[in-house]
Design a protein around this ligand. Structure first.
Ligand code: CTP
Ligand code: MG
Length: 225
């Protein structure tokens, strides 16, 4: 089997408040998406990366000139729809059920090639697949709508799910098709089939740029590392 990366980059970035899709915001001199794709391009075992854009995207060519990734303008209304569109495009390009697909958020631009290698090393002989994740360090609270603590949640078995998430093309397509737009990541859809993906520890630095204040943190980390 081969290893492909699939990068959903068809979101609007509403929570970021950037006034444009956040994947095109410049961080440390380059659009966020360029940092993300550069990290994946530095992983030799990945034969190719497919970027999923919105059909209405009019920024990609100007923002990432000469980009060597495959591009599919098949983004949908939800992240799961965008990933499903990308999986179908990978099939059109010759990928098969047994190939591994590493789905990685465009918005996780701090990705390090060594974390991708760790994920592949841990999962390439696994019957299910797995994901990068980080054990929760903070004490966890459940809260009410008006902002009062309703419970303290045992954090000891809790992990924050990140990406890449690595599954065989046939399995992840079946899982996402069954769960639909409710799936916020690939692993939850695979779990709904009764399977247990492997948790592979990465780093807090593999966070997803989501809120306005995240851009400065990402820029700082890209510059100092
Ligand atoms: N994504 C996508 N298609 C969608 C929604 C999201 O390809 N319909 C992608 C985003 O571009 C992002 C990744 O999925 O790289 C993770 O989603 P998220 O961080 O939620 O990004 P947005 O949906 O763009 O942001 P927001 O939810 O704040 O609008
Ligand atoms: Mg979103």
């Amino acid at each position: 089997p081969r290893f492909f990366a699939l990068v959903p980059a068809a979101g609007i970035g509403e929570r970021s408040g950037a006034g444009m899709p956040k994947q095109y915001v410049e961080i440390a001199g380059r659009p966020m998406l360029a940092h993300t794709l550069a990290a994946l391009a530095a992983v030799p075992r990945l034969v190719q990366t497919l970027v999923v854009l919105s059909p209405a995207d009019d920024r990609f060519e100007a923002a990432l000139p000469g980009c060597s990734a495959w591009v599919a303008r098949v983004g949908g209304a939800s992240r799961a729809d965008s990933v499903l569109g990308g999986l179908a495009d990978l099939r059109r390009r010759g990928a098969t059920d047994d190939d591994w697909v590493l789905v990685h958020d465009a918005a996780r631009c701090l990705l390090q090639p060594s974390w991708v290698d760790a994920l592949i090393d841990a999962c390439e002989h696994d019957a299910v697949g797995g994901l990068l994740a980080q054990p929760i360090a903070d004490t966890l609270k459940a809260g009410s709508a008006d902002g009062r603590v309703t419970a303290t949640v045992d954090r000891r078995d809790k992990w924050a799910a990140q990406t890449p998430q690595m599954f065989r093309l046939g399995l992840v397509e079946q899982a996402l098709s069954a769960m639909g737009a409710a799936a916020t990541d690939e692993a939850s859809a695979v779990e709904a089939l009764g399977l247990a993906p492997q948790l592979v520890r990465a780093s807090m630095a593999n966070f997803k740029v989501t809120w306005p204040e995240d851009f400065a943190l990402a820029a700082h980390l890209l510059v100092v590392r």
